[in-house]
Write a protein that binds this ligand. Structure first.
Ligand SMILES: Cc1cc2nc3c(=O)[nH]c(=O)nc-3n(C[C@H](O)[C@H](O)[C@H](O)COP(=O)(O)OP(=O)(O)OC[C@H]3O[C@@H](n4cnc5c(N)ncnc54)[C@H](O)[C@@H]3O)c2cc1C
Length: 329
């Protein structure tokens, strides 16, 4: 019998987030192992068809639309309540969501509410011999652990952003749309948007492109160079621990063993030597560019493109080149 798999859809700047589409890829991949009915949960406020049209072209079976003012921003309490109420009614076997800033909050609290197991921050997920099984990095990415979830009822997993591709869209729409009524959340809910505003800018663990600076940046003010480049590329600014210890960047920008583990498509390391504690946080990036005046710096050995030179000369040149590319020059 077909099992029901839900993917939770989050939005970013009023658009379906890339990570949510990646989770649909993970679901489709799993659908090759077992018979799955893949359904997406899309909750928002004042929803029009345009808001979720992209979901209709993913080749999935059904989209549930929940339109309520409680979902204007991400409200953890309301989301948790909605999904657990729906889970009681529809009995899904698996719930997947991105391990982004929202999913990292929702997945564990939902698993607590539903009294079930959770596979968090998976880089690979599959269904084997009746179990949900995943690969997830531990010890800052130095070890890949395989975890099998053996529990009754619904199984929950969060998928690390930028590991699965965005699915190819289909022209023919066969996806059903079902409107679900929600009566509103009576409790107090944490609204994550406020936290993001306090942090400012894009979270590095969700960014597709990261421009990171280290001790070689020499001052907090010089990070403006990296901010310019990151803005142009639509990315985020990261930092080594030395830069954070100097007080040039906040701790939530730190990449590495005691910071965040990131896997963007492009990681540009500027004035970072490449200590092992930094490398474990970024060495799974798809393309690494390092700018360093020392050709023997360890980061140069793992870089796909190693630029030997003074970053204060190189970064403005790079920024100008990218600007020209973007404007068709
Ligand atoms: C328990 C523990 C946990 C740690 N966790 C982390 C962590 O999470 N993240 C992390 O990053 N570190 C971490 N560290 C610290 C780590 O060991 C390094 O000290 C740190 O990563 C070095 O930062 P850096 O590369 O910016 O500085 P440095 O090692 O001082 O390197 C600066 C680099 O900039 C280059 N440079 C200087 N000027 C220029 C210029 N004008 N143009 C081009 N290049 C220039 C230099 O050649 C040099 O390679 C940890 C350490 C310990 C002990």
């Amino acid at each position: 019998m077909s099992q029901r798999l839900w993917t939770i859809v989050f939005t970013k700047d009023d658009k379906i987030s890339r990570e949510s589409l990646e989770v649909i890829s993970a679901a489709k991949q799993m659908g090759k192992d077992i018979d799955l009915t893949i359904e997406a949960i899309f909750a928002g406020h004042k929803i029009s068809v345009e808001d979720y049209r992209e979901l209709l072209h993913q080749g999935i079976d059904r989209v549930y639309i929940i339109d309520h003012k409680d979902f204007r921003d991400f409200n953890l309490g309301a989301m948790k309540e909605l999904i657990s109420e729906m889970a009681e009614k529809y009995s899904p076997s698996i719930i997947l969501m991105p391990a982004n800033v929202y999913g990292k909050e929702l997945a564990p609290s939902l698993s607590g509410m539903l009294k079930t197991g959770l596979l968090a921050d998976c880089i690979e997920i599959r269904h084997r011999d009746g179990f949900l099984e995943c690969t997830r990095p531990i010890y800052a990415g130095r070890i890949l652990s395989k975890v099998k979830l053996d529990c009754d009822g619904v199984k929950i997993a969060s998928i690390r952003p930028h590991v699965y591709p965005v699915p190819e869209t289909v022209d023919e729409v066969t996806t059903e749309v079902e409107i679900v009524q929600y009566n509103g959340f009576s409790g107090a809910g944490a609204v994550i948007r406020e936290i993001q505003e306090t942090l400012g800018g894009m979270d590095i663990s969700e960014a597709n492109i990261i421009v990171s600076g280290g001790k070689g940046m020499k001052s907090a003010e010089n990070f403006a160079l990296l901010e310019d480049l990151a803005r142009l590329l639509g990315g985020a600014v990261g930092a080594s621990r030395s830069a954070v210890d100097e007080g040039w960047r906040p701790h939530h920008d730190q990449v590495g063993q005691t910071g965040k583990v990131v896997m963007p498509d492009l990681y540009i390391a500027c004035g970072i030597s490449g200590a092992v504690q930094h490398l474990v946080g970024m060495n799974r990036s798809k393309c690494i560019v390092a700018i360093n005046k020392d050709p023997d710096a360890p980061i140069m050995k793992i870089a796909d493109y190693a630029i030997v030179g003074d970053l204060f000369e190189m970064i403005p040149i790079l920024t100008e080149k990218f600007r020209k590319c973007r404007t068709g020059g």
